[in-house]
Design a protein around this ligand. Structure first.
Ligand code: NAP
Length: 258
């Protein structure tokens, strides 16, 4: 089999974090022949992602952008097109998960979580879809959602509300953009060992790691690399007729303990 994403231009948001899901997807897609626009709010980290792809013989450009700001998002799509001439796949990966018990939740935390996790998906998807429609060759949008789109966790009410919004953004966009040849899907990771877990107090992180040995059917926390295959599939020709789904990649976590 040849490279599954040969020649495709992929924009990945939140691709800076060193052991994050976005960087793993960017590197994995580059290995499949995609040209990568790696975007993140942190310019230094995203330069590292692009450098790692270039060092592996791939093509990449680094772009600083806050997905919650319309002007940044416009610049991010323009930067991608300036570098590679087109945009075929958007991966909406940027996200935050500040932990706050519902009764202590302040408005600012609610607003920022929605701005990044939900508004960011709207802004990036609209800008990318408009570019894809201009090109006239269709495209793919892949939203990194969460199992939290259907279950919540302690201190995560606002976060799971954003992922519920992503679930229905995915379906609404799939419905409206299909006529332009744009397929829209989501990936729903279970608990993955990334720095996003640092939002939790250390004791909770330890408890989670211990629990997962027992509560996840496959007996471990996920790793960023566990998400890469689903992302490549949803971007590839093999998924040409898949739209509007969430593909859960959670080691069976949603099924409960065995
Ligand atoms: P991560 O390691 O924290 O990576 C997220 C990246 O997004 C970071 O580089 C972060 O920068 C960046 N970012 C944050 N706000 C941004 C903004 N406004 N604009 C652009 N970039 C921004 O987290 P992750 O675990 O890889 O999470 C990636 C996605 O997976 C998120 O959507 C998350 O909700 C989802 N997810 C994660 C898990 C999990 O257990 N890890 C489970 C289910 C779903 P900063 O570090 O500077 O904030």
């Amino acid at each position: 089999m040849g490279l599954r994403l040969e020649g495709k231009v992929v924009l990945v948001t939140g691709a800076g974090a060193r052991r994050g899901i976005g960087r793993a997807i960017a590197l994995g897609m580059a290995r499949e022949g995609a040209r990568i626009a790696a975007a993140d709010i942190d310019p230094g980290l995203v330069e590292e992602t692009a450098a790692a792809i270039l060092a592996g013989g791939g093509q990449a450009v680094a772009i600083r952008a806050d997905v919650a700001l319309a002007a940044d998002v416009r610049g991010m799509v323009e930067g991608t097109v300036a570098a590679f001439g087109r945009l075929d796949v958007l991966v909406n990966n940027a996200g935050i998960a500040p932990i706050k018990p519902f009764l202590d939740l302040e408005e600012a935390t609610w607003d920022r979580t929605f701005d990044v996790n939900a508004k960011g998906v709207y802004l990036c998807s609209q800008a990318a879809a408009r570019q894809m429609i201009r090109q006239g060759t269709g495209g793919r949008i892949i939203n990194v959602s969460s199992i939290s789109e259907i279950v919540s966790g302690r201190g995560l009410t606002h976060y799971s509300a954003t992922k519920g919004a992503v679930r229905n953004l995915t379906r609404g966009m799939a419905s409206e953009l299909g006529k332009h040849g744009i397929a829209v899907n989501a990936i729903g990771p279970g608990t993955i060992e990334t720095d996003i877990l640092n939002y939790l107090p250390q004791a909770d992180q330890d408890r989670l790691r211990g629990q997962n040995l027992h509560q996840t059917p496959l007996g471990r926390l996920g790793r960023p690399e566990d998400i890469v295959g689903a992302a490549i599939f949803l971007a590839s020709d093999e998924a040409a007729y898949v739209s509007g789904i969430t593909l859960f990649v959670d080691g069976g976590q949603l099924c409960g303990a065995g």
